[in-house]
Design a binder for this molecule. Sequence first.
Ligand SMILES: [Zn+2]
Length: 59
Amino acid sequence: MLMEVTCRCGWTTRGSRSEVVTNIQQHGRTAHQQEVTPAEVRAIWRVVHVTGGGDGAKK
Ligand SMILES: [Zn+2]
C-alpha cells in the first residue's frame, strides 16, 4: 500500500509506510529542525489509491 504525507510547508512524499516515515523524519530535521515521531506521521498520512494504467493524469 502506498502512503502520502503533505507537510505544512507544502512538501509532499509518498511511498511505503516505512519509507514515508523515514522521508518525513529526514525532511523535518533538515527543513524544520524538528523531530517527527512515527505516531505523528500516522496521524496525517493518507492512503494513495493506485488504479494502475496511467499516472499523474491530474497533474
Ligand atoms: Zn516541511
